[in-house]
Design a protein around this ligand. Structure first.
Ligand code: P5A
Ligand code: ZN
Length: 478
């Protein structure tokens, strides 16, 4: 793949655009010789670092970070029946140590419930040990059978944040679910990504959960991407793994649990929702470079301009901005293109005339330019970065709103979906009606009890049987 080969496909050819931007902007190299495994380039890894730092900061308010092993003994993995039904077909097994077959086969974690919960059984003794709120950020392995795509469906999920909590009562676990949802909202808010929250239908919940709350984003092509899930596990796993506590009356009780996961799909959504025909567009909160300074050195004032650009760089760096001064021997136009492709939110251009006039030209990646005063440049840059984040949020919200159709007949539902939209209907929660919706539309019932600012929280007649139903999301999912 020659980096100078051709141009980035237009964003409306979304699949082509997505595959192309990953190498052009140096996010991921997809040439690793194992299907579904991908390499993070340094620049992609820097984006990941800032996104996950944001996630860690939010989690660290009331969770603790820990680290459990990658390998899970077969007996532990096989203990929870539903879990095996759900994941059994996707597990990679380690069968040999060197050349000798292992006595006990070891699973590469597809997720870590069966690694963590036997240890929780040792840690939990009394109600005083609860709640436990622990997360880890690790790689997990799933032998996915659907089409693999970088960050969207990987066989090695490299950036799996999994939180596992333990509580006394079912209600306590329920409020933990709500608290993880609030955290997820805040996380995606800072990435300027609009989300839709709903309760997955029973047949689609996490294997071993009481219920699953899913977080979806609408991608540029109108497909939905599940970018997070929170599961109320009830006491299914605590019964299997004997996680018991002594309550205040001295009686043994099974604990109540939740788990919650976010992966590099968050970065797939970030890239996909904000990017444009020119390249990436990164929100200032997570951009590895927030401000790039391009000196315009024509003629004899070269040294003057460079010195001025260096002092500007230093000042902004001291103020806490992630700033880069681009002094490479390239035409300014080529530099603009380079940084635009990489999604840098703000470019500052500085030439002799700006220096004489006491200004700096600020060019937003989201469009438009404005001259900022050199003396209060810190305030100016802060303000423009905030404007950029706002513009990104508005644009992504308009896209999401524009793709959401509220419909009440199967005919309207089918055409909404065929036009590349996601639809909201009313559904009675009966499996037969859910199956009918899916059969008639060739789409999925994604979730009910939809929570979204774009959808009125109404009740209405089920689109199939007419009985009372709740707002339900129907779409074609990745
Ligand atoms: C929650 C964390 C779990 O595994 N156990 C611990 C629970 N849930 S989950 O829904 O199966 O996965 C959590 C999130 O991970 C993302 N995801 C993926 N991302 C990239 N490639 C994959 N193959 C993949 N599979 C799941 C989804 O966003 C999911 O919500
Ligand atoms: Zn019905």
């Amino acid at each position: 793949m020659d980096k100078d080969a051709g141009a980035l496909p237009p964003k409306h050819q979304f699949s082509e655009w997505y595959n192309d931007i990953l190498w052009r902007a140096e996010i991921m190299d997809v040439r690793y010789p194992v299907k579904g495994l991908y390499v993070w380039y340094p620049y992609g890894f820097a984006v990941r670092k800032h996104v996950y730092q944001r996630l860690r900061d939010l989690l660290d308010r009331d969770h603790e970070e820990a680290l459990f092993p990658l390998l899970i003994p077969e007996q532990e993995f096989m203990k929870e029946a539903e879990h095996i039904k759900g994941f059994g077909g996707e597990v990679y097994w380690v069968t040999h140590g060197g050349t000798a077959p292992l006595d006990v086969k070891l699973a590469l974690r597809p997720t870590s419930e069966t690694a963590i919960y036997p240890i929780y059984a040792l840690w939990v003794r009394s109600h005083a040990d609860l709640p436990i709120r622990i997360y880890q950020i690790v790689n997990t392995f799933r032998h996915e059978t659907k089409q693999t795509r970088p960050m969207i469906r990987a066989r090695e999920i490299t950036s799996f944040m999994e939180s596992h909590t333990v509580h006394e009562t079912w209600k306590d676990a329920e409020s933990q679910v709500e608290s993880e949802i609030a955290l997820t909202r805040e996380f995606y808010e800072s990435l300027c990504i609009p989300i839709i929250i709903s309760k997955r239908p029973d047949w689609d919940k996490f294997p071993g959960a009481d219920y699953t709350i899913a977080v979806d984003a609408i991608m540029p092509n109108g497909k939905t991407l599940q970018i997070g899930t929170v599961h109320h596990l009830g006491n299914h796993f605590s019964k299997t793994f004997e996680i018991r506590y002594e309550d205040i009356n001295g009686e043994q009780q099974y604990a109540q649990q939740t788990c919650y996961g976010i992966s590099e799909r968050s970065i797939a959504a970030l890239i996909s929702l904000h990017g444009d025909d020119t390249g990436l567009v990164l929100p200032p909160a997570v951009a590895p470079v927030q401000v790039v300074i391009v000196p315009i050195t024509i003629g004899k004032r070269h040294e003057d301009v460079i010195a001025s650009a260096q002092s500007l760089e230093q000042e902004l760096r001291n103020a806490g901005f992630r700033v880069r001064l681009d002094t490479r021997e390239m035409r300014p136009g080529a530099k603009y293109y380079w940084w635009e492709l990489r999604g840098v939110p703000l470019r500052l251009e500085l030439g002799p005339r700006d220096i004489d006039g006491g200004t700096v030209m600020a060019v937003r990646r989201t469009g438009g330019k404005v001259a900022l005063g050199r003396v209060d440049i810190k305030a100016g840059v802060s303000r423009v970065l905030a404007e950029i984040a706002d513009a990104m949020r508005v644009k992504a919200e308009e896209h999401t709103k524009g793709r959401l159709c509220i419909v009440d007949t199967i005919g309207a539902l089918t055409s909404a979906l065929n036009e590349g939209n996601v639809a909201v209907v009313h559904w009675c929660n009966e499996r037969a009606c859910g199956d009918a919706i899916e059969d008639k539309t060739n789409a999925s019932v994604l979730g009910t009890d939809v929570r979204s600012v774009y959808v009125p929280a109404t009740e209405g007649a089920c689109i199939i049987c007419g009985k009372p139903g709740k707002a339900t999301l129907v779409g074609r999912a990745y």
